[in-house]
Design a protein around this ligand. Sequence first.
Ligand code: SAM
Length: 233
Amino acid sequence: MEEGAILSLPQKRYYRQRAHSNPIADHCFEYPSCPEEFDWTTLYPDIKSNAVEFADIGCGYGGFLVTLGKMFPDKYALGMEIRVKVSDYVMDRIKALRTLNPGSYGNIACIRTNAMKYLPNYFKKAQLSKMFFLYPDPHFKKAKHKWRIINNALLSEYAYVLRKGGLVYTITDVEDLHKWMVSHLEGHPLFERLTEEETKLDPITPKLYQSSEEGAKVVRNKGDHFVAIFRRV
Ligand code: SAM
């Protein structure tokens, strides 16, 4: 999109893509060899190096990322999305939002990447304070469980990029996946679940339900929501 041509937000219907992209396949991604290599100013006009604190993993069409941008104007948030058209949509959406609202949304950005492979290429040890896994792909069949974005090996990687006290947010409408995520996180020595009271008091909790496109769909269809938040110990 030409900078001067932005008069409105992009339309999702021009960016549709089939629901799943194999996260284990070798797509051609460009990625930095280490976090210090990455020039963050290509994504955020005013950023100091490695200042991103929030990661929205599998951000989809970016609705929650936009909410984060508004809620936390002083924090930088990165959406990571594997599907090319979907990530293009989020990038165009943010570009349009910045043009239509001068001075706002400079703190959110999206990259197309495979978050199951390249997180430590972008984030240093203990860099992040929050990671979001909102309505992740359920991969129902047993043979596809290895595609699930929460698993033992990846949890150790998430613990590496999260600082102590940092939080992992999960929400899904699929009870079986919720139980899977909770049992893996509870079984990992570096995570402990927030109590119900702590979960209720977190100002982000109410936003988890429908800020994202997938969440809004679940609300429209009157589906269930299962939330679990874990602290990096
Ligand atoms: N979080 C968004 C929401 O709540 O609307 C999207 C949910 S959608 C069901 C799951 C998203 O995760 C899809 O857009 C998918 O392309 C993305 N995804 C799946 N595996 C991924 C991976 N390994 N790296 C980055 N994105 C991934």
